[in-house]
Ligand binder design. Structure first.
Ligand SMILES: *[C@@H]1O[C@H](CO)[C@@H](O)[C@H](O)[C@H]1NC(C)=O
Ligand SMILES: *[C@@H]1O[C@H](CO)[C@@H](O)[C@H](O)[C@H]1NC(C)=O
Ligand SMILES: *[C@@H]1O[C@H](CO)[C@@H](O)[C@H](O)[C@H]1NC(C)=O
Ligand SMILES: *[C@@H]1O[C@H](CO)[C@@H](O)[C@H](O)[C@H]1NC(C)=O
Ligand SMILES: *[C@@H]1O[C@H](CO)[C@@H](O)[C@H](O)[C@H]1NC(C)=O
Length: 483
């Protein structure tokens, strides 16, 4: 690929006028160094847990159903999300928004043959997963259990905390359920495999430091390690082709996840994991976590504010621009490899920003928050496997990040906090790009193509709109003329 050894030099000059490009570069040169690499990106995504998937799966208007799927997964017309986080149900029923388990009844102990009842729906998530994989090419399906079924736990209930029987400090008169829970999770993966969906990532906890009134299970790092040491060989023995990697622990906040990760390392189980995951509800990162594993922020959202579709309303927690910046901080400042919003869709009540698209299933109508387009600027162009590379020299008011995709294409992302447009000149040293594409999301544009051009001397020029995220995308060059 001709760009892989190139240096991109982007010169972004606030308020630059038309004139010689060389002079504008001197006003502030952003240097993108493809040889200085950081973390590999796994992708960007969302969840449809707790039956939100049914808003898509049961949408009777099939045109609208396709529109919703396109908004979430299509790389040309939607966000192009590449990670889907599904909930593995633990509830004995599907009332309210419960995710039902496929093992609702105690077979008579941990050694008894389990009584699985797979319903082929998985709370609406199987259909969306099949669409994601088959129609849109999504490869990262993260299946995560909020809890084991109640009869496997110390409190006999899938809700209100409790621990898995058999981990350190959790003994039950019914016995040790670690192996039964591992078998159960692997059975879930096999049901998905039979339906044509490969589960790539498998988790067994959600917010293990919090006893919620819904599906929840407590776990310390040591207790998680106890179970990982059972789950790992169970996956190995299951003869799944390229079986799922284990994910841990979806802590409610970063601090708890740091403690759990350290305890898992001390217990010698880090090498059995594929990915570390954390939420940020009780605190976010202030630097990279100490682990060699990729780290995802696996559940984020604004739970407080009223539903907002705005791009910029003075930096509100639901604003699109706020989320463009949240992703930036995670990826650039905290070494995050995967960034997953909470719900992709949800009905209007509660009136919060925990969803990206608000679907009213009584009228078959929907509203899209501008947050979707903030994600689009990242997710469409920074594909799974992309390596983050260094940028330096951004002028004040502009944050930049750059990525080299597996196919050799390059994405340079610029987020502006400036109240006026900033002219961008990008030089790819050592190569003459043939084409560049630029996309902008702001108050009036939803990841729309904007003008950018390549001059005869190879300098790309474009504009970063006021308070926007603008992505400059250099497509992979034909393999001619380079190694
Ligand atoms: C994405 O949307 C475009 C435009 O409607 C359509 O042509 C394309 O087939 C869609 N992509 C997928 C993978 O469905
Ligand atoms: C996996 O394959 C081996 C060798 O073919 C076989 O002995 C074993 O029973 C299989 N395990 C499962 C869980 O299917
Ligand atoms: C960043 O994460 C990667 C794994 O994705 C890891 O190998 C690397 O050591 C981390 N870097 C820092 C500075 O912690
Ligand atoms: C809308 O979704 C809710 C929650 O899944 C469900 O209880 C309700 O029956 C649905 N309404 C319609 C009209 O489909
Ligand atoms: C990128 O974000 C801008 C807002 O800053 C938006 O106008 C544009 O449509 C987005 N581009 C894509 C490809 O989503």
């Amino acid at each position: 690929m001709r760009f892989t050894e190139a240096i991109i030099t982007a010169a972004l000059a606030a308020g630059a006028k038309a004139g010689p490009i060389i002079e504008e570069r001197q006003a502030g040169t952003i240097t993108v160094d493809l040889s200085k690499t950081f973390q590999t990106i796994d992708g960007f995504g969302f969840s449809l847990a707790f039956q939100r998937a049914n808003l898509i799966t049961k949408m009777s208007d099939k045109t609208k159903q396709r529109e919703l799927l396109d908004l979430l997964f299509n790389r040309t017309t939607g966000a192009g999300f590449t990670i889907l986080r599904n909930g593995i149900g633990s509830s004995p029923d599907s009332s309210s928004d419960h995710m039902n388990t496929f093992a609702p009844s105690n077979p008579g102990g941990p050694k008894a043959a389990p009584k699985y009842q797979w319903d082929g729906k998985d709370s609406g998530q199987l259909f969306v997963s099949q669409e994601a994989v088959n129609t849109y090419g999504v490869k990262t399906i993260y299946a995560d259990a909020w809890s084991a079924p109640g009869y496997m736990k110390t409190n006999g209930n899938e809700a209100n905390g409790g621990s898995l029987c058999g981990v350190s400090g959790a003994t039950c008169s019914s016995g040790d359920w670690k192996q039964a829970y591992a078998d159960y999770l692997v059975a879930y993966v096999k049901y998905y495999a039979e339906a044509g969906v490969k589960v790539s990532h498998l988790g067994f906890l959600n917010e293990p430091e919090f006893s919620a009134g819904y599906a929840s299970m407590r776990s310390s790092g040591q207790q998680a390690a106890d179970f990982i040491k059972v789950l790992y060989p169970t996956i190995q023995a299951a003869n799944l082709t390229d079986g799922p990697g284990i994910v841990c622990c979806d802590s409610e906040g970063w601090g708890n996840q740091v403690s759990m990760t350290n305890a898992i390392k001390s217990a010698g189980a880090e090498s059995m994991l594929k990915t570390i995951t954390s939420h940020t509800y009780t605190g976010g990162p202030s630097g990279a976590m100490s682990t060699r594993l990729p780290v995802w922020l696996s559940e984020q959202c604004d739970l407080q504010g009223g539903w907002s579709t705005s791009w910029y309303a003075n930096g509100g927690a639901g604003d699109g621009l706020t989320w463009a910046n949240n992703i930036y901080s995670a990826v650039v400042n905290n070494n995050i490899s995967g960034y997953v919003y909470w719900e992709g869709v949800q009905w209007p009540n509660p009136n919060t920003n925990e969803k990206i698209i608000r679907v009213d299933n009584s009228t078959n109508t929907y509203q899209v928050a501008k947050r979707l387009w903030a994600f689009a600027n990242w997710s469409r162009y920074v594909q799974p496997g992309a390596v983050r590379v260094s940028t330096a020299g951004a002028p004040s008011g502009l944050r930049t990040a750059a990525f080299k995709n597996v196919d050799g294409s390059i994405a340079v992302i610029a987020i502006s906090s400036s109240g006026s447009a900033v002219t961008a000149n990008i030089k790819i040293a050592g190569a003459t790009p043939e084409t560049v594409e630029a996309y902008v999301s702001d108050n009036s544009h939803n990841c729309e193509k904007t003008t950018a051009s390549v001059a005869a001397d190879g300098i790309i020029s474009g504009s970063v709109a006021s308070r926007s995220i603008t992505t400059f995308f250099v497509p992979a060059a034909p393999a001619a003329g380079g190694a």
